[in-house]
Design a protein around this ligand. Structure first.
Ligand SMILES: Cc1cc2nc3c(=O)[nH]c(=O)nc-3n(C[C@H](O)[C@H](O)[C@H](O)COP(=O)(O)OP(=O)(O)OC[C@H]3O[C@@H](n4cnc5c(N)ncnc54)[C@H](O)[C@@H]3O)c2cc1C
Length: 475
């Protein structure tokens, strides 16, 4: 009789979960989720994502109950307490081994190693699996055997590998016929019904992101059947409901990247242009994760391009606050920041616009923006967030060149032509026509209590170019 324990982390699902599937091949199985509020604080995890995780842990608990598998929830002060806690649980439940999926952020990867060290020291087995990416980090190379510095090369080489190395999805494992472990109790486990009491819960939109695997698959399938075909034409317009919005599910592992990739295969036959464009975004997600493994110092707030380490960013708390509150006087920037503050999510096009505005109009350090996003996004994900910010600040791998500076008004007339997105999030400008709404004049702004632009686009652009050029010459 063999007994296994599955440690759920950012893989809150039963389907296509490699560690869970392998753990479930044992005679008896229990599962654990370790919650650490202080670690969430240290990692600046948004309250929206914390609440989303909790709701999904509850959904997982229910689903596992249906398979007669108990999910125990235990609390750890920080990551450093997790290995001993898991070991105690393993001893109390008399399990032979622990199963879990890898996480690639620096602290999470170190945690995996120390859990392994403690279990091995105690003579217990550990089984670790790659789960989060389409392709295992480290296997996409250039011909010279190095990590591809351009996304185009990563995409080309990665897709070639995907044709041969994309594994089948793991099915739902068969429930153990007798699971005596389910009857065991530990007095330090948290009762699932009182789970939400432990954190300030966030009022995110539970209609848009209902908890649980079934709900996530409904969202995914709806996108693939109804919107993926038009994705290439519509994906850049924040006023349209044109993207999948599955990022929150992917970030906490309620959906796997492989399920997303293959959902399209089944529903469209894999040849649809829209599907190919959407899959390219999934490859971007992989790219930034592979990059974290290649350059773990990115988790320590270092720029990818080390020559940009000492860039003289400016410290302007009042400008940062205006940006954060959506009061810059640039309607598209303000609409986007208000979307983030009210909905815990932001459309990709405007993530780029506001990020570039912070770094290249206000010359504020990208790390401050990265942290603000982390504290507010429901889909916060270190790899993609860091990748997006470093792209915008020109410090990243395959980043926008430093002299590429989005004009926020041009972006607005191009991607929100009729001003629908602005009207929704900046209601004080809602009565302006499509010509004025992107750039209200002083009279229009003052009459509506809307701020005047906090910086002049042309002047800010010149100053930023001068900053980058002076810095480059000083090297
Ligand atoms: C400054 C900045 C910060 C960002 N922070 C995050 C973050 O914390 N978490 C996050 O998931 N994404 C982040 N992104 C990437 C992107 O904006 C979101 O993934 C996307 O907006 C999510 O919406 P969607 O699910 O509708 O995407 P879709 O357009 O439907 O794309 C499908 C999936 O592909 C992935 N994806 C799409 N675009 C990107 C991209 N540019 N980089 C990496 N993966 C991508 C996401 O997992 C997404 O769910 C950031 C981008 C920028 C510019």
């Amino acid at each position: 009789m063999s007994r296994a324990m599955m440690w759920f982390r950012k893989d809150l699902r039963t389907l296509d979960n490699p560690a869970f599937w392998h753990a479930a091949q044992h005679d008896e199985l229990c599962a654990v989720y370790v919650r650490s509020e202080m670690q969430w604080d240290r990692h600046d995890v948004s309250h929206a994502q914390r609440t989303f995780i909790q709701n999904n842990v509850k959904a997982l608990h229910e689903r596992l109950s249906g398979l007669q598998i108990p999910l125990l929830i235990v609390e750890a002060t920080t990551f450093s307490h997790v290995p001993a806690l898991l070991l105690k649980l393993a001893a109390d439940l008399e399990v032979d081994g622990l199963f879990f999926n890898e996480e690639y952020e620096l602290n999470e990867a170190r945690l995996s190693d120390s859990v392994e060290a403690q279990f091995c020291g105690a003579g217990l087995a550990i089984s670790r699996f790659h789960d989060q990416c389409l392709l295992t980090p480290g296997i996409v190379h250039t011909k010279a055997g190095t990590f591809p510095k351009s996304f185009t090369a990563f995409d080309r080489n990665g897709k070639a590998l995907l044709r041969t190395r994309m594994r089948q999805l793991y099915p739902l494992p068969v429930a153990p016929s007798v699971n005596a472990i389910a009857l065991k109790r530990v007095d330090y486990a948290v009762n699932i019904d009182s789970f939400e009491q432990f954190s300030d819960t966030h009022d995110y939109d539970t209609i848009r992101w209902p908890a649980g695997e079934d709900a996530a698959h409904v969202s995914l399938d709806e996108f693939i059947t109804e919107r993926v075909t038009d994705y290439p034409e519509n994906r850049d317009f924040p006023g349209l409901d044109a993207t999948s919005q599955v990022s929150a599910y992917l970030a906490v592992g309620v959906l796997s990247a492989r399920q997303c990739w293959q959902a399209g295969e089944v529903l469209t036959g894999g040849e649809n242009e829209g599907l190919l464009a959407w899959r390219r975004q999934l490859v971007w997600r992989d790219y930034f994760r592979h990059l974290l493994v290649e350059r773990p110092d990115l988790c320590r707030h270092q720029p990818y391009k080390q020559e940009f380490t000492g860039l003289p960013w400016e410290d302007s708390p009042h400008l940062f606050d205006a940006w954060a509150q959506g009061k810059t006087g640039y309607p598209l920037v303000d609409a986007a920041m208000r979307q983030l503050n009210t909905e815990a999510w932001m459309h990709n096009r405007v993530r780029m616009v506001v990020a570039m505005f912070l770094c290249k109009h206000l010359r504020i350090d990208w790390r401050k923006g990265e942290c603000y996003f982390s504290r507010h996004l429901i889909d916060i994900d270190l790899a993609s967030n860091n990748g997006g910010w470093q792209w915008s600040a020109s410090t990243g791998v395959d980043a926008a060149p430093y002299f590429r500076i989005f004009n926020p008004i041009r972006q607005s007339t191009r991607f929100d032509r009729e001003g629908e997105f602005i009207r929704k999030y900046v209601p004080e400008l809602a009565d302006l026509d499509r010509d004025s709404i992107h750039q209200p004049n002083a009279e229009q702004a003052l009459a509506r209590g809307y701020p005047l632009p906090i910086v002049d686009h042309r002047e800010a652009r010149e100053k930023t170019l001068a900053m980058f050029e002076a810095f480059k010459h000083s090297l």
